[in-house]
Ligand binder design. Sequence first.
Ligand code: GLC
Length: 546
Amino acid sequence: MLNNHLWYKDAVFYEVYVRAFYDSNGDGHGDLAGLTQKLDYIKDLGVDCIWLLPTYPSPLKDDGYDIADYYDVHPDFGTLEDFKTLIDAVHKRGMRIITDLVLNHTSDQHHWFQEARSDPASPYRDYYVWSDSQERYKEARIIFVDTEDSNWAWDEEAGQYYWHRFYSSQPDLNFDNPKVREEMFKALKFWLDMGIDGFRADAIPYLYEREGTNCENLPETHAFIKEVRAYMDEHHPECILLGEANQWPEDVRPYFADGDELHMNFHFPIMPRLYMALHQGDVSSIKEILARTPEIPENSQWCIFLRNHDELTLEMVEEDEREWMWQAYAPEERMRLNLGIRRRLAPLLSNDLSKLLLANSLLLTLPGSPIIYYGDEIGMGDNIWLEDRNGVRTPMQWDSSPNGGFSTALNGSLYAPLVDSKEYRPSVISVAMQQADPTSLLNRLKHMISVRKAHPAFGRGDFTWEASITNTSIAAYWRSYEGQQILVLQNLSKEDQLINLEMNHVKGNSLQDILTSQKLGLKKNDITITLSAFEYHWYLLDRGDY
Ligand code: GLC
């Protein structure tokens, strides 16, 4: 395979919900074999690494994040054999694949919990966190505020309360128990040995609990991840850990440690600010959060995203900003969930192609590796009438045949209905239609991805704002790496903007737009450009004789 241990710094990621992607056997559920059949599509988009949502056996009360067995595949999705076939097929195409590793909790259906609750003398009792009262760890916040009113749940059978940070059907594991840590090591070794290229480390801040703290980001948690990393560096040096720490940048920074903890972390706080910027036509919120983002070690990388399988989380904004975001992007009550918004990218951006392209331009040029959520590359819609986060997890729309080409099952037996609204149904939005149209979102995004990949400055380069641009409607920054200098110019507003670039500090002959091949001469130091609504350019500096 590609022998480059920093591959994740250049990679474009694609998040796949297997159940939604492609149903190979007509039972109404997408499956691993279906995903394997669709790998050429993903490869063609320019994806380097697939992130797979959990496919373990599970009662699916939290869509697989409630694991009942760490060593198998949910029968709806296929078998371990199918998983191996998928990994091989991914590698054969020069791509990689990571999967979710849920360390913090199991399903209450896991046999550990079943034995723990039924017998206080069971060795599994101490796999979980129990208490006689709800008074412990009171400073820990509740995450699923719409459904849970406590992090403790009473278990009739056990006669005690157990600790859970998510749904009460997901009891937290007790990481103070060395056996639990051993079990988790065993599980991750199993998947690494099978050939997986790493993990998205789910809910990573919450592994340990300590009285008098908010039970997040504790030193013990960092110590455990470091052990995992050391093991991976020794035995699987090209495999990565991508952390889900929904925290402020200064609290995420320690997860990179000295480049010896997590390889990558999602940059949660920048995400809602991209939407703020796009709605206000003003770059300030992006500037503020990047100013608050510490430097990270050379071998580390941020991961940025516009949407994922969860609600668009508004945990990392101030209260007034959250209200503002809700009013701007979730005017109907049904669109809101917990502290977030359960809508997809295209509906959030009013299905406006130029805005969607601009959002993707930000995603592909800001510091970090981008993740694209399945379906967003064609601007799929959502269904806010489905429960929980299911409205953003509907079947992939391949073509305009029945069930959008997702499955041959009878309509009523699909795991979820296809989006059926006038604007977003498969007869209007599908892969096949967009493949045939050179101006489609899919084809334009594909082009942007290929240009990004041809220029290492995007994945590895320094980031600096272009100082001569003071117009806050414009996001203008340089990405520079080993002599390659790219100026990204983007108009966030819906008005034309006349800008004056002062290029005194730049030594070069011209700026070449690497998306369109157009050239801007640099004979004069001042260049005046008009950017129309949501227009963007990626200009590579041609240094000529300099
Ligand atoms: C993560 C997942 C989310 C899940 C939760 C509990 O936040 O992204 O989907 O519900 O962990 O496992």
